[in-house]
Design a protein around this ligand. Structure first.
Ligand code: ADP
Ligand code: MG
Length: 607
């Protein structure tokens, strides 16, 4: 019987491998930049067009390739980086599997130009779907330039699966952030559709972080440094009060390779215990140097997972080092005069003598959520620390209210509904209002969120957001990725009532904000939160983009529990709530209003 098993042709095998190595333009970007780093380049330029779909080009000034290598590099398992199995345990390069170029060449139009410094003439190779269609000598600069055009041109299913250009661009920027942070001593630039998004000169790690994320990060960073026999740890962590709602700013590099590691992440987060607002993620950019023999990188083709011999010890070292840094930062508050308005000024450092150096001790009164820093702008009533004060206030109010309604609306009474009594507030959190059959209790925050949400949705529909001019237009500088995002969202953000103009590189000027945001709101903060939420939600649930924006803005601008409301405010809130399409559903799908009937009350009184 003849064999039915056959070896796959190379082109097919390469296409299959490509499925693992190259999922989207960003994965090709990662592989190409890593090759440039392995080639010893100290200047690396990335150029993309249409979110990488039509062009990804990486130009480096590294070692270049000989004529023979320029052809060989596209063969599968062709690598200059390891020669024998033992080498797998001493890997210091980014690549080693010899898969990337072969995979990419199987699914795109690739043009390679390369020259070693010692050669007079370089080489040009063109490949389409694993087939060499041109190879010739060429006068090119020393180093290597690889262009990848029309990724997935021959796999329509994959090409159609790609997301919109801005989304793919965000993935590319994410990869770019990773390599740029991992190699601050290398110059990097990123051009997208003719616009330069990043221009990062060779610099220190701290300067690189600030360059990538924005100048406001300068005072957010705390250094971490620890040398042990197992690992050397270095890098920066973010001060707890700047923790964000998305994980976007968390980076581990093991021997300069970006890795994802939930276990080690846990060690860092544990060190922050008690210092972070709920559901927030601190920034960290941490480098672990470890003997390559003690790890296995070869767990996954994308090489973002690592197995460690000594996992527990690394966990312990990480946690204690981060804790110590946080402790030290608390002892020596940074004297920073150009600090932005943030929560940091509320952390009052304790006098030195009270502190035991290595332990982390924070002002126990610090709570970023009950400060006067409400987004609603109106000053918030002070919340009494003792609950019994609140209780007394409630008691004082309650009897008079009860007296007022004493004899009317008996259970089952069928007289017409009495004129609505004035609503009142419970614990500065709930609004109580009498209705014909009893009374209702409204969660003030949920109600206001619902009202604003529906209002913002309408504005987005009709494209007519009421805006109020800012007296002092503010410029807001964002990082490249956020700037890109804000430009994508601009029409919708304008419809919400923001008046925003592009103002130079990665900077916008905010000239007006939605009319509902009262004075005292920081434009920068609302914008940043809007972007954070947007990124956050995009990963999680698939709301429509407008719904997301409306929701986020409503959340950040609605009144919060703890805000005292005047009777007029309450009456207006109730009226507007009942004018809503879905008054009784909070933005989380929970009730906004709870009804108590007189019937229920009399049952409680066992009448
Ligand atoms: P790997 O990086 O795992 O070795 P690749 O397919 O990414 O595999 O690259 C294959 C080989 O091509 C590399 O080992 C290297 O010798 C060569 N190469 C790729 N990119 C470059 C570059 N930018 N400069 C010099 N040589 C390169
Ligand atoms: Mg490689």
């Amino acid at each position: 019987m003849s064999a039915i098993i056959q070896l796959l042709p190379d082109a097919v095998a390469n296409q299959i491998a490509a499925g693992e190595v190259v999922q989207r333009p960003a994965s090709a970007v990662k592989e190409l930049i890593e090759n440039a780093i392995d080639a010893g380049a100290d200047k690396i330029r990335l150029v993309v067009r249409d979110g990488g779909k039509s062009l990804i080009q990486v130009i480096d000034n590294g070692c270049g390739m000989s004529v023979a290598d320029a052809r060989l590099c596209f063969e599968r398992h062709a690598t200059s980086k390891i020669r024998k199995a033992e080498d797998l345990f001493a890997i210091r390069t980014m690549g080693f599997r010899g898969e990337a170029l072969a995979s990419i060449a199987a699914i795109a139009h690739v043009e390679l130009k390369t020259r070693r410094v010692e050669d007079e003439l370089g080489t040009l190779v063109e490949i389409e779907g694993s087939e060499v269609i041109r190879q010739e000598p060429a006068a090119v600069p020393a180093g290597t330039s690889i262009s990848i055009k029309n990724l997935f041109y021959n796999i329509p299913a994959r090409r159609n699966f790609l997301k919109s250009n801005p989304v793919e661009m965000r993935h590319i920027i994410e990869e770019f952030h990773r390599v740029a942070l991992a190699h601050p001593r290398i110059f990097f630039s990123l051009h997208s559709d003719e616009q330069e998004l990043f221009h990062l000169p060779a610099e220190s790690l701290k300067q690189r972080i600030v360059h990538v994320f924005g100048s406001s990060y300068n005072q957010r960073l705390v250094p971490v440094e620890e040398e042990t026999t197992i690992i050397n740890l270095s890098g920066f962590i973010g001060k707890p009060e700047y923790a964000k709602k998305t994980r976007g700013e968390q980076f581990f590099f093991v021997n300069n390779r970006f890795v994802k590691d939930p276990y080690l992440n846990h060690a860092v987060v544990k060190a922050y215990e008690g210092l972070l607002p709920p559901d927030s993620f601190p920034l960290y950019v941490l480098f672990i140097e470890i003997d390559p023999a003690k790890i296995d990188i070869n767990v996954h083709p994308t090489k973002t997972e690592i197995k460690y011999e000594d996992e527990r010890a690394i966990y312990a070292i990480l946690q204690s080092a981060v804790k110590r840094s946080l402790g030290r930062y608390n002892i020596t508050p940074t004297l920073d005069f150009n600090q932005e308005t943030g929560f940091s000024h509320m952390i009052s450092p304790k006098p030195l003598e009270e502190i035991n150096p290595p332990s982390v001790s924070f002002n126990p009164d610090f709570n970023p959520f009950d400060s006067g820093k409400s987004l609603g702008g109106r000053p918030r009533a002070a919340i009494p620390q003792q609950w019994d004060t609140l209780y007394q206030i409630a008691q004082k109010t309650a009897p008079s209210q009860l007296e007022l309604r004493g004899d009317e609306a008996e259970p089952g009474a069928d007289q017409p509904a009495p004129a609505r009594k004035q609503p009142f507030q419970l614990h500065n959190r709930y609004i109580v209002s009498q209705i014909h059959s009893g009374f209702i209790v409204i969660d003030q925050q949920a109600a206001h969120e619902r009202i604003l949400f529906e209002q913002f949705c309408q504005q987005l529909e009709s494209r007519q957001g009421a805006s109020q001019q800012s007296l002092f237009p503010q410029t807001v500088t964002l990082n490249g990725a956020d700037f890109q995002l804000i430009m994508d969202l601009l029409p919708d953000i304008r419809a919400l009532g923001f008046e925003i103009r592009e103002f130079g590189k990665n900077t916008v000027v905010v000239e007006g904000i939605p009319a509902d945001l009262t004075a005292g709101v920081s434009e920068r903060q609302v914008l940043e939160q809007l972007l954070e939420d947007y990124k956050n939600n995009q990963a999680a649930l698939k709301l429509s983009r407008r719904e997301q924006l409306a929701k986020s803005l409503a959340r950040h601008t609605a009144i919060k529990p703890g805000m005292a409301l005047s009777t007029d405010d309450m009456a207006e809130l109730i009226d507007r709530l009942f004018a809503c399409e879905m008054p009784n559903v909070s933005l989380n799908g929970k009730p906004v209003i709870v009804t108590f009937t007189l019937q229920e009350l009399s049952e409680r009184f066992e009448r």
